[in-house]
Design a protein around this ligand. Structure first.
Ligand SMILES: Nc1ncnc2c1ncn2[C@@H]1O[C@H](COP(=O)(O)OP(=O)(O)OP(=O)(O)O)[C@@H](O)[C@H]1O
Length: 332
């Protein structure tokens, strides 16, 4: 079976300048030797924190960036020496607002891009109809895009990226800035896509999105793949741990640092949810850290305290927290 995507030792270094008064030339190792095999028809997730190297990896695979070293093939074609062959077979959809004409209707946008992508005239009408159906915009296609919600725009972007029947679709953070309901509709669209046999490489920050959609997930951080497997396989990274969640109001950085070094604690993180903070403390399953955590939070107003089994999100935190996230910088 041929692979849809095959990368070996993919590496990309950016040369840039840093510093205002005393500018220096630096090299940033954004992607540091990525090996990746994506099977045909697979929905594959690339998950990682900000600056992990996800977009850089995608741009090398879709021929927008030349790798500093390493090789990659898409549908069997080399991304550097056979760019035309690769481009003919791929679609690229990135999150955000760019790339559509607001004053035109969705239908006119798709007609315009169909011309641009040289979709044969005889095929255009049927293809556009199919895609509107796939992304759930049938009936709204004559409305101007300026009146579309973010989620609808994003689904229209996906339709645009599919006009020329690509074998592989790169979806770079499609749900960024989209509200939860629209994000669910977007996920339905992506799942529908995979059912048509298209290979999808999806990047996301959201573990739940990756878990729901992807056949396999690669967690990337610091420009390297840290873990790769099905959601169930990734969960093993949090095996032997238990999780304590504490809702709190006004925990300081010092207190959090104090919790981090308590005996038995493996990771401690905090997320602001509305007006409260939610502390998530992962510990060895054999150690009950609740009493020592609560005593470290002495004087802080607390809400709900819950002990639970680790989820995939916890596994992700366990994988990513162990990595130095800043890409290596070398002064040139
Ligand atoms: N054109 C560029 N010039 C210099 N550095 C860059 C450039 N593009 C990206 N970088 C750096 O390379 C690293 C990886 O960036 P990349 O955009 O690939 O990460 P990402 O995982 O897609 O992040 P995000 O989720 O924030 O989009 C980051 O440190 C980023 O600052």
């Amino acid at each position: 079976m041929t692979l849809a995507i095959e990368a070996r030792g993919l590496r990309r270094t950016y040369r840039t300048r840093t510093g205002w008064f005393n500018p220096r030339r630096v090299e940033i190792d954004a992607v540091r030797g990525v090996d990746l095999d994506v099977r045909r028809g697979e929905l594959f997730g690339l998950l990682g924190p900000n600056g992990a190297g996800k977009t850089t990896t995608i741009k090398m695979l879709n021929t927008l960036l030349i790798p500093t070293s390493g090789t990659a093939r898409v549908c069997g074609f080399d991304v550097v020496s056979q760019t035309r062959e690769v481009r003919r077979r791929i679609g690229y959809v990135f999150g955000g607002d760019r790339g559509l004409y607001d004053r035109l209707s969705a239908l006119d946008n798709l007609r315009y891009f169909a011309e641009l992508y040289a979709v044969p005239a005889a095929r255009q009408k049927q293809r556009i109809g199919e895609l509107l159906e796939l992304v759930g915009l049938t009936g709204r296609e004559r409305e101007r895009v300026e009146g579309y919600s973010r989620g609808m725009r994003q689904r229209l972007h996906i339709a645009r990226g599919l006009l020329h029947d690509p074998e592989v679709l790169f979806l770079d953070e499609p749900s960024i800035g989209v509200d939860p309901v629209a994000a669910r509709e977007l996920r339905n669209t992506v799942a529908g896509l995979a059912a048509t046999g298209t290979t999808v490489l999806l990047t996301t920050h959201y573990m739940a999105e990756a878990e729901e959609l992807c056949d396999r997930i690669a967690v990337i951080a610091g420009g390297e793949i840290q873990a790769l497997g099905t959601a169930d396989e990734l969960k093993h990274h949090a095996e032997g741990r238990r999780v304590l969640e504490v809702q709190a109001f006004g925990v300081s950085d010092e207190q959090l640092a104090g919790i981090d070094v308590l005996p038995g604690v493996r990771e401690a993180s905090v997320e602001v949810v509305g007006t409260s903070q939610v502390l998530t403390i992962q510990s060895d399953a054999t150690v009950d850290v609740q009493a020592s955590v609560l005593s470290a939070l002495d004087g802080v107003r607390l809400g709900r305290v819950t002990a639970r089994q680790p989820t995939l999100e916890d596994a992700y935190i366990a994988i990513v927290n162990g990595v130095d996230r800043t890409p290596a910088m070398v002064t040139a």
